[in-house]
Design a protein around this ligand. Structure first.
Ligand SMILES: C[S@@+](CC[C@H](N)C(=O)[O-])C[C@H]1O[C@@H](n2cnc3c(N)ncnc32)[C@H](O)[C@@H]1O
Length: 261
């Protein structure tokens, strides 16, 4: 997979005052909070046992991706983390040399690289990532794009469109827009919010409405082919009644599948 080597126009300043605290809060050069080494290790354990990964995200990804993958499929996993979706792609038959994993956290990538040494990984803030035009057949992203602000989300989707060949596929899963609102009156409040996580990272996310997600995709040269609000899938999902109830009564994930025009 070829990267575009032209210089990055992103910000370059470094937060000197935060040196020495890198394992508590880790920032990149644009002052975005990134997962530290210990948080990345915790995340790897978390995702391995995650109910939603097992019964919502991975099942949905397999359902949509399996029929589309051939031996030559070139895929970008945007915000790959420790590589759970990279593994899923490998299991579906994508060749390691045809997968590019991207993440903003070098520590997430450190773990991913160790687990999948034949796959190429690149550290970058998604809206600043540079790839060659029409170099991909597929872009996948699971549980990442809700962390981008509206501008960065638009730039990122426009870049995905540029990097995909005609007929190429985009599939992303995000936290469902309603999951960020405790009542209807907050639905149009799109101010940044922060939240703790089971793996110890304080994350900042940018609530977007359903129309924000869909219109950016439509206006970036895609045809939307599927929109889904998945519930837990598979018989074993009911073995965990509390989790099953939590994920089957409220919308928790939004899945968007689109094809490049
Ligand atoms: C909840 S994790 C999901 C990881 C992986 N996709 C998975 O399903 O296990 C979110 C990931 O998005 C990455 N991320 C967040 N903001 C990003 C950005 N602006 N650019 C690239 N990666 C980002 C984080 O570092 C983290 O690895």
């Amino acid at each position: 997979m070829e990267l575009d080597k032209s210089p990055n126009k992103g910000c370059t300043h470094r937060p000197h005052f935060l040196r020495g605290f890198s394992d508590l809060f880790c920032y990149n050069s644009c002052m975005k909070i990134i997962y530290s080494r210990s948080q990345s290790a915790k995340y790897k354990k978390f995702i391995k046992n995650s109910y939603s990964w097992k019964f919502l995200e991975s099942r949905t990804l397999i359902k949509y991706l399996k029929p589309l993958i051939s031996s030559n499929t070139k895929v970008l996993d945007a915000g790959c983390g420790t590589g759970s979706l990279v593994k899923l792609l490998l299991d579906l038959g994508v060749k390691p040399k045809n997968i590019l994993g991207n993440d903003i956290s070098p520590y997430m990538l450190e773990i991913a690289r160790k687990s999948y040494p034949k796959v190429q990984f690149v550290q970058a803030n998604l809206p600043e990532l540079k790839l060659k035009s029409k170099s991909l057949n597929m872009v996948v992203s699971s549980m990442v794009l809700q962390f981008l602000n509206h501008r960065d989300f638009r730039i990122t989707i426009q870049n995905f469109s540029k990097w995909l060949v005609r007929g190429g596929h985009l599939l992303f899963i995000v936290v469902h827009p309603l999951r960020f609102t405790s009542n209807y009156s907050e639905y149009f409040n799109n101010k940044a919010q922060s939240e703790g996580t089971p793996w110890g990272t304080k994350i900042e996310y940018y609530p977007k409405r359903l129309s924000d997600y869909l219109n950016v995709v439509i206006n970036s040269g895609f045809v939307i082919t599927s929109v889904e609000e998945p519930k837990p899938q598979g018989k074993e999902a009911k073995i965990y009644p509390d989790e099953y109830k939590k994920y089957s009564t409220k919308p928790t994930r939004l899945v968007v599948m689109a094809s490049k025009k």
